[in-house]
Design a binder for this molecule. Structure first.
Ligand code: PLP
Length: 403
């Protein structure tokens, strides 16, 4: 008897860990060394968490054996509350904060709690594909609005406006952005908030890279501009504190919560059903947010992340036919392959061909719901030597590549 996946998963896809990765694993099993520029996971690239975070988790382990409150430890949520006070967001109390097993779990929960079949959610293209997948899983319809490569990859407000319908329930903002590295200006954010205000949309603001900023870029929390709009702000420890494996994240709800009591009840039900987030990792939050912000050492001049971003960006632009907007934040670059120089019709095939030929793993642009097969994403986490090797291989591969 065949056992099939449920119909709920019919339109759900998450290609960052999709079919090409299986080929990479097979090649590794056969003994090949694969240069992996596919996943934004700092630890394998030699980034270490601040020592005080590790020590705090270890010290608290004996008292972290039981379940916690389903929203999370009071002390951790208090630290998150204070964080949003610093970020000029009004009206977030301890009870408005939910801790989760990474932002990922909370994104899925918050979509499940909100959407009925056919409800539409505006999501950037390109996006971090978990957003699209979570909307589809919850029975909603992802509607992608374009971000404009010619304008720093900022969202195209006219395109958003044109895509709002009576079924639109929410708008997703990913800032700083994965995969483009864009950091949005106050004006762009105000434009998005205004559309949400006019059309009664819930705002989901994914700010997991809010501390990974280059060249003096400034991050503004969407919620700080939207005290009158229901806004769910997502963040966590995976990137800025380099503990992706701890699975520690949070969502904070701001705006007119009294009008969203039923939705919040829905989130409570789902938070209760999964009992609580991993408790030892919750102990990392207060120390992370209140301690020395070592991420700054990595993104300021001479910092490792900044140097790698610079080198990756230069090398990508040096490849004939490839152009890349300078990432102002996050851990990625999202270059374009000029279709006139190297026409690519199937970018998943391109990525697979590159893997098989060069033993290098990147992710195709369409995996981020980019509508055309002319982009790819690399992570800027590898050391400069590895970036030079990897991007050099992309350049030499493209010279003779035809589809
Ligand atoms: N949101 C964005 C934009 C991401 O890039 C990622 C991970 O890459 C996540 C959320 C998931 O983060 P977490 O490790 O907290 O689940």
């Amino acid at each position: 008897m065949q056992v099939s996946k449920s119909n709920k998963l019919a339109n759900v896809c998450y290609d960052i860990r999709g079919p090409v990765l299986k080929h990479a694993k097979r090649l590794e099993e056969e003994g090949h060394r694969i240069l992996k520029l596919n996943i934004g996971n700092p630890a394998p690239f030699g980034f270490e968490a601040p020592e005080e975070i590790l020590q705090d988790v270890i010290r608290n382990l004996p008292t972290a054996q039981g379940y916690s409150d389903s929203k999370g430890l009071f002390s951790a949520r208090k630290a998150v509350m204070q964080y949003y006070q610093q970020k000029q967001v009004e009206g977030i109390g301890i009870e408005d904060i939910y801790l989760g097993n990474g932002v990922s779990e909370l994104i899925v929960m918050c979509m499940q709690a909100l959407l009925n079949n056919g409800d539409e959610v505006l999501i950037p293209a390109p996006d971090y594909p978990l957003w699209t997948a979570s909307v589809s899983l919850a029975g909603g319809k992802p509607v992608h609005y374009l971000c404009d490569e010619q304008a720093n990859w900022w969202p195209d407000l006219e395109d958003i406006k044109a895509k709002i319908t009576p079924n639109t329930k929410a708008m997703v903002i990913i800032n700083p952005n994965n995969p483009t590295g864009a950091v949005y200006s106050k004006e762009v954010l105000e434009g998005m908030v205004e559309l949400a205000r006019q059309h009664n949309l819930v705002l989901f603001s994914d700010e997991i890279y809010d501390k990974i900023l280059y060249d003096g870029a400034i991050h503004i929390s969407t919620a700080s501009l939207a005290p009158d709009v229901l806004c769910l702000t997502f963040n966590g420890l995976s990137k800025s504190y380099r503990v992706a494996g701890f699975r520690s994240g949070w969502v904070a709800i701001s705006g007119p919560k009294q009008k969203a009591q039923s939705y919040i009840e829905g989130i409570d039900i789902l938070a209760n059903m999964r009992l609580c987030a991993n408790v030892p990792s919750q102990h990392a939050i207060q120390t992370a947010l209140g301690g020395y912000q070592s991420i700054n050492d990595l993104v300021l001049p001479n910092g490792r992340l900044l140097e790698q971003r610079n080198r990756a960006w230069e090398l990508l632009n040096d490849i004939p036919g490839v152009s890349c907007v300078k990432p102002m934040g996050a851990l990625y670059a999202f270059p374009k392959i000029d279709p006139k120089v190297c026409p690519i019709h199937n970018d998943e095939k391109f990525v697979l061909d590159l893997l098989l030929s060069e033993k290098l793993l990147i992710v195709q642009g369409t995996a981020f719901n980019w509508p055309w097969p002319d982009h790819f994403r690399v992570v800027t986490l590898p050391r400069v030597d590895d970036l030079e090797q990897a991007i050099g291989r992309i350049g030499s591969f493209l010279k003779s590549y035809h589809q």
